[in-house]
Design a protein around this ligand. Structure first.
Ligand code: TYM
Length: 361
């Protein structure tokens, strides 16, 4: 069984929407007891675009509330706010010194975001360096994210590799040596040579190279079907949005363009509503929806009504938990303070070791 620690982050965009919920957070909830898990609300990332301080404070708390309401259990994982652990920016600076400028300029998200701004600040370029620091500070090898983060993770691996080559070249050999000693030892269960462990083939440097963990719902489109669902594009369906408003967004949502008349058969695979059924409806309903679409048994509105009911069964309990969590502000403060303390003890140890290897301590 690999060591595995998981780390993931989310921007404090206020409440969750069904894109970041289905692409990432639902998976965090499923994995939080299986791995040692760190989940971080990345407020330092959020300040790379224009914002109001009061608004950011509120959005950060709202995101913590949303995460807990969605099933993140602070007693099973470490939930914290990035700026409460200053080692994130300390390691980011270190990583800036081994990150090629060209790699940063190539990032799709940098090109998108910088294209939308009048003046471009260095923070938006260095954004993925901070992201690499977030992950590697906890030596996490798995990162549950949506598809849009895969390129950033490739860069995190590149940064880990470059740093390891420069500052811990003996580390892999040393680890490999330990590994071969382990393989010569006998297993207590079988009395046979234990053999190399499952991850022996991947003996790592000081920083592991983190891999993405994706779900089948790795890319949720906005209801206009044009682009990824995203707060900055204003095409989201909020996780705790009033059901009436959710239906108002769902009713006119784009479906298979081939279904012009009620009697026109469709192709479920090209329809965004079908993709959402796959995320929210039970498998037998998903199969039924596909048949009804292909045979024009249902019109798109009937199909959307069934989706809406299944969304409601998942979202109504989350909404109910939000008000309970909001009612106890001091408890939320304690959860975030404890999370930061736990995260910091791991972060401090990593930075201390890295500084020794770099001749800084
Ligand atoms: P953010 O805040 O944009 O999104 C949080 C998570 O939700 C996923 N996601 C989606 N998945 C599927 N469909 C969508 N429409 C959709 N929208 C969002 C994202 O892929 C992400 O997993 N840079 C990161 C935050 C970050 C981070 C990290 C992530 C900072 N440090 C370290 C992982 C590890 C971001 O802006 O995510």
């Amino acid at each position: 069984m690999p060591s595995s620690r998981i780390f993931s982050g989310i921007q404090p965009s206020g409440e969750l929407h069904i894109g970041n919920y289905l692409g990432a957070v639902k998976n965090w909830v499923a994995l939080q007891r299986q791995y040692e898990s760190f989940f971080c609300i990345v407020d330092y990332h959020a300040i790379t675009v224009p914002y109001e301080p009061e608004d950011l404070r509120r959005r950060t708390r709202d995101m913590a509330v949303s995460l807990i309401a969605s099933g993140i259990d602070p007693s099973a994982c470490t939930l914290f706010v990035q700026s409460a652990v200053p080692e994130h920016t300390e390691l980011a600076w270190i990583f800036n010194t081994v990150t090629p400028l060209g790699e940063l300029e190539r990032q799709t998200q940098f090109k998108d975001k910088s294209g939308r701004q009048e003046s471009i600040f260095a923070g938006i370029l260095n954004y993925p360096v901070l992201q690499a620091a977030d992950i590697l500070l906890y030596k996490a090898d798995l990162v549950p994210v949506g598809e849009d983060q895969v390129q950033h993770l490739e860069l995190s691996r590149e940064i880990a590799r470059r740093w390891n080559t420069r500052f811990s070249p003996g580390y892999a050999a040393h680890a490999a040596d330990d590994e071969s000693k382990r393989s010569e030892a006998t297993s207590p269960e079988t009395g046979m040579p234990a053999g190399p462990s499952a991850d022996a083939a991947e003996v790592q440097g000081f920083f592991p190279e983190p891999k993405p963990l994706l779900t089948p719902t790795r890319r949720i489109m906005g209801l206009d079907g044009k682009a990824k669902m995203s707060k900055s594009l204003g095409n989201t369906v909020g996780l705790v949005e009033d059901p009436k408003d959710v239906w108002e967004k769902l009713r006119p949502a784009v479906t298979d363009p081939a279904r012009v008349r009620r009697t026109d058969p469709g192709t479920p695979e090209v329809c965004n509503i079908y993709q959402l059924h796959k995320a929210f409806s039970p498998p037998e309903t998903v199969d039924h929806v596909a048949v009804q679409c292909r045979t024009a048994g249902w019109g798109c509105i009937e199909c959307k009504k069934v989706l809406f009911e299944n969304m409601e069964s998942e979202l109504a309990p989350i909404r109910a938990r939000v008000s309970d969590i909001r009612a106890d502000e001091p408890k939320l403060d304690r959860i975030l303070a404890d999370g930061a303390e736990k995260a910091r003890s791991v972060a401090r140890a990593t930075i201390a070791e890295a500084k020794v290897l770099m001749g800084l301590a």
